[in-house]
Design a protein around this ligand. Structure first.
Ligand SMILES: [Fe+2]
Length: 190
């Protein structure tokens, strides 16, 4: 995706403005993904029901806090590189390449199934961004590596609820959040 903000007038010392612009462009969509994730985590925090309500409700707030920090770090890295972070909801919705989270009020395990898929999308895209910026800017690469460590840990927290004692995930093979939610509720095919 080309961005109107991709060519900064200046960037950090040691990078070309073209290289800085490319990194800003990649971070732009990672910022949207992190802002979207923090809102989605709060949405689940508010809409989760059922016998496992409190465990999931309380598990999610530290994830929200950390993901908000990641969004802040990402936006400020964009600014340091000479870019313009897009922090408003309209820009996020206009530029994102994925759909809104699709589950409303639902049982804890259904939300966790859908959230597993959300994390898979964010982590895959973060890894692709990491590979891209790693060719240009090791400092941004380091930022994304640090973020991935937390994101992958959070996905493990979610997946531990979906895993059988044999080590299989109930959401394996699910392609949509709805499918993942249903598979999680049924315990998958173990
Ligand atoms: Fe709350």
């Amino acid at each position: 995706m080309t961005s109107p903000y991709a060519e900064p007038k200046y960037t950090v010392p040691g990078l070309s403005t073209q290289g800085g612009g490319r990194v800003i462009d990649v971070l732009r969509v990672r910022l949207h993904a992190l802002n979207d994730l923090s809102l989605t985590l709060k949405h689940i925090h508010w809409n989760v029901v059922g016998p496992h309500f409190i465990a999931v409700h309380e598990m999610l707030d530290p994830q929200v806090d950390r993901v908000r920090e990641m969004a802040d770090d990402t936006a400020e890295r964009m600014s340091a590189l000479g870019g313009v972070p897009g922090g408003t909801p309209g820009v996020l919705v206009a530029e994102r390449t994925w759909d809104d989270y699709s589950v409303g009020r639902a049982d804890a395990i259904a939300h966790l199934g859908a959230l597993d898929l959300v994390y898979t999308g964010v982590v895959e895209d973060h890894r692709a961004a990491l590979a891209e910026v790693g060719k240009i800017d090791p400092v941004t690469e380091d930022l994304l590596i640090e973020q991935l460590r937390s994101l992958e840990q959070f996905q493990w927290f979610v997946r531990a609820h979906l895993e059988s004692s044999g080590g299989a995930l109930s959401t394996a093979g699910a392609l949509t959040e709805g499918q993942a939610a249903r598979s999680a509720e049924q315990g998958g095919s173990r």
